[in-house]
Design a protein around this ligand. Structure first.
Ligand SMILES: Nc1ncnc2c1ncn2[C@@H]1O[C@H](COP(=O)(O)OP(=O)(O)OP(=O)(O)O)[C@@H](O)[C@H]1O
Ligand SMILES: [Mg+2]
Length: 370
């Protein structure tokens, strides 16, 4: 072999390695398909989105591997045959991993120096977070309309309610201390107080009092709640488990509101479990989390409250945030609406995952601002 030939090969190999590193470093999935429909290249991001390893994918037929993804098949086939670029940011999902991942897909023609079309390059961008965010915005919209409506109603009810309570109290004084009638007036007063409590919560929901920000130790709040709730569940076989990341610093937040938030979530979990169960509260830091596409990346703290209770049926999951949605005989159904609002005011996110028969997990993401 001539020396110049071997140097040329080395240079070519260096160049190939360089291109491979570039493609592997792209954060979006990249899949290259030859004009005969075989996959010639697949980067790590594509492996993660599709669930197929590079070994499985490279050399395989695109149509066979992605037989379920009709939109992708059509895009690739069209690009290979016509040489045009096609994008679809709305309708594409990838199901091969067993879960449904929404993706923004673009298919570019792979052109040789001579301009000949020799295949297609498919890029896939995981847009799960964008979809979640869109859903959160829609939900916030719906909740704020409902909140305004409910607050209007609360205002209307507040005054007559005061009148009823006052009248019941007057009546109470009229009766003999041993009169049976006192049982009725007591029920009237107790029930008007219950309505009054709901109304106060509703009004607070509609008129933000503003955050009182100060450094907050999340683990102390959670520890204190668990300590108190531990006494409340005495006599039941409910165990509490804490997995706290000790490196989480104090964050700037409203302590009273966060206490209310976690108390609601923990109480809900305890209510759901009945007499037996285990509740786990954990915390961790999510680095590099981007709330919206154009927002700068920031760190978030994730707090998870999970229980092994009966879970929430899939068709009810959307309703749990709605004011007055409750499956409990004595619940007001405002707990989670308030949680949603507290998290939104802290510019965080709250999500729920639940499997009937296995349990429920609420995840609260809060910005790690010190
Ligand atoms: N961890 C959980 N497991 C199962 N179901 C839950 C859980 N958390 C909430 N839910 C469901 O969501 C509903 C709404 O919860 P929310 O906290 O808003 O109201 P509530 O607990 O019924 O009443 P309250 O206003 O007193 O909190 C509950 O009634 C319950 O059906
Ligand atoms: Mg509740």
């Amino acid at each position: 072999m001539l020396p110049s030939e071997s140097t040329e090969r080395e240079t070519q190999k260096l160049r190939d390695d360089y291109y491979a590193t570039v493609i592997d470093s792209v954060g979006d999935g990249v899949i290259v398909i030859s004009s005969s429909g075989l996959i010639t290249l697949c980067n790590p991001a594509a492996e993660e989105i599709t669930g197929f390893s590079r070994k499985q994918a490279q050399g395989a037929s695109f149509n066979t591997l992605f037989a379920l993804e009709t939109t992708l098949l059509q895009m690739v086939s069209k690009t290979i045959h016509t040489g045009i670029t096609i994008s679809d940011h709305e309708n594409v999902v990838v199901r091969s991993t067993g879960r449904v991942t929404p993706v923004a897909a673009t298919c570019y023609p792979l052109l040789e120096g001579s301009g000949e079309n020799i295949g297609a390059i498919l890029t896939l961008k995981d847009i799960t977070y964008i979809r979640e965010l869109e859903a959160a915005v829609r939900q916030a919209d719906r909740l704020s309309t409902l909140g305004t409506l409910a607050a209007g109603l609360a205002h209307e009810v507040k005054n007559p309610l005061g009148g009823i309570k006052g009248a019941a109290q007057l009546l109470e004084r009229e009766f003999d201390p041993n009169s049976e009638m006192l049982d009725y007036t007591r029920v009237m007063i107790r029930e008007t107080e219950r309505i009054d409590h709901i109304i106060r919560e509703l009004l607070e929901l509609a008129s933000p009092r503003g955050l009182r920000l100060a450094p907050v130790n999340l683990h102390k709040i959670l520890g204190d709640i668990l300590l108190l709730q531990g006494q409340a569940v005495a006599g039941r076989t409910i165990s509490f488990c804490k997995h706290f990341d000790p490196s989480i610093p104090d964050i700037m937040a409203d302590e009273e509101m966060l206490t209310r938030l976690f108390l609601n979530l923990i109480r809900n979990a305890i209510d759901a479990m009945g007499n037996h169960g285990s509740l786990t509260v954990s915390s961790r830091v999510l680095g590099d989390f981007r709330m919206a596409q154009n927002q700068r990346r920031s760190r978030m703290v994730a707090i998870e409250v999970s229980d092994d209770g009966p879970g929430i049926p899939a068709q009810d999951l959307e309703n749990i945030w709605t004011p007055f949605y409750s499956t409990k005989s004595s619940g007001t159904g405002l707990g989670l609406t308030i949680c949603h609002k507290i998290v939104a005011e802290h510019r965080g996110m709250i999500k729920v995952e639940s499997t009937t028969g296995h349990g429920t997990k609420f995840t609260v993401l809060l910005p790690l601002i010190q």
